[in-house]
Design a binder for this molecule. Structure first.
Ligand code: ACO
Length: 321
């Protein structure tokens, strides 16, 4: 049996951290206290004008390739999860493939599942590898969410940041991804969306991210609880067998509520929302990379990733590192 195992991780955030107080000084009617109490966010990183999602993805990918000890041309599948693609087409994955100098003609495509995007992308890559069609995938979550924020809407603009995270997922005789589950319910699309559309050479309608925060909160906690049980059951394990939970980094209170529901200690939950804010599809691989590099996540441990986001979409991947 062929498993898909993480060979290396990488992460990248652009520029210096921007504090909550920095946002106040930039004229946003908010406070450090409000943001920290409600979300746990203290800092985020914001890409400079001109920096594209593929630029952030490139840095994170180089670090993941280094960590895995492989060359760019050893990759035979590139998947980028993003909602802030460089352009309508080509895909950010194709642009990233070219920037990395991959010349072997491997498949490259984007996955759009907003904040669940990385979990979707990793699950897809695992299936390509387990089926035998591919040996080594580069799976990336990368975003410049600052481009779709309404900086006059204090209810959303303080929540998000830019960044990228990447993994090299490769075929192995040892596990590996143990189970995954993906879901969507498009009937909830109005509670979290960027509803603008492209027409007549410009964006028609509202180009910015809009959110009903309380509705998102309630739905996120429910589905994160359900999908954790579904995934652990599929692997024939119990939640007590998980060493680390890495939920989508949207809000510390969503993570705390999820951990309570799952009867997991917060000491076993990786939290980076305080320093990165919500980086959408990048949040989970960024948090994974932080915890691998600081030595918390060790080889052989069991890790569950949980994504939730616009669509509404949600999902989980359970793996042995
Ligand atoms: N600074 C100061 N005050 C603010 C801010 C701000 N940045 N934003 C809103 N307020 C004010 C509002 O105007 C309102 O004032 P009022 O009572 O005078 O009318 C008050 O704070 C309360 O506003 P609510 O929107 O009710 O605030 P709430 O307590 O619901 O917190 C939050 C908002 C943090 C967004 C919360 O709903 C939440 O955590 N939701 C989860 C959604 C989330 O994390 N989304 C991330 C993206 S989704 C995803 O990634 C899955």
């Amino acid at each position: 049996m062929t498993f898909a195992r993480i060979a290396g991780t990488g992460g990248f955030v652009p520029g210096e951290p921007v504090s909550n107080q920095d946002l106040v000084e930039r004229g946003i009617d908010t406070s450090d206290q409000w943001i920290v109490e409600r979300t746990g966010i203290r800092y985020r990183h914001l890409a400079e004008k001109g920096a594209a999602t593929s630029d952030l993805a490139l840095e994170a990918s180089r670090r993941a390739l280094d960590a895995a000890g492989v060359e760019a041309n050893d990759i035979d599948l590139v998947i980028v999860a993003t909602s802030t693609a460089d352009c309508i087409f080509p895909s950010t994955a194709a642009l990233l493939q070219a920037k990395l100098g991959i010349t072997n003609g491997c498949a490259a495509f984007d996955v759009q599942a907003v904040c669940s995007g990385f979990v979707y992308a990793m699950s897809i890559a695992e299936k390509f590898i387990a089926s035998g069609s591919n040996r080594r995938a580069l799976v990336v979550g990368a975003e410049v969410f600052s481009r779709i924020l309404d900086w006059n809407d204090r209810g959303t603009c303080v929540l998000f940041g830019d960044g990228a995270g990447a993994i090299v997922l490769e075929a192995s005789d040892e596990p590996g991804v143990l189970a995954s589950a993906l879901h969507a319910d498009g009937s909830h699309s109005p509670i979290l969306c960027a509803p603008g559309t492209l027409a007549a050479g410009g964006v028609t309608g509202d180009p910015f991210l809009r959110m009903d925060g309380q509705a998102v909160f309630k739905l996120a906690v429910r589905v994160l609880g359900e999908v954790a049980h579904e995934t652990i059951d599929a692997a024939d394990l119990t939640l007590g067998d998980i060493d680390w939970l890495i939920p989508h980094q949207a809000n510390i209170r969503i993570m705390q509520s999820t951990a309570r529901r799952l009867k997991l200690d917060m000491d076993n939950v990786v939290v980076t929302v305080d320093r990165h804010g919500n980086t959408s599809a990048a949040s989970i691989p960024l948090a994974l990379d932080v915890a691998v590099r600081d030595g918390r996540i060790q080889r052989g441990q069991r890790v569950m990733l949980e994504g939730v986001g616009g669509g509404f979409t949600w999902g989980a991947v359970l793996f042995r590192f």
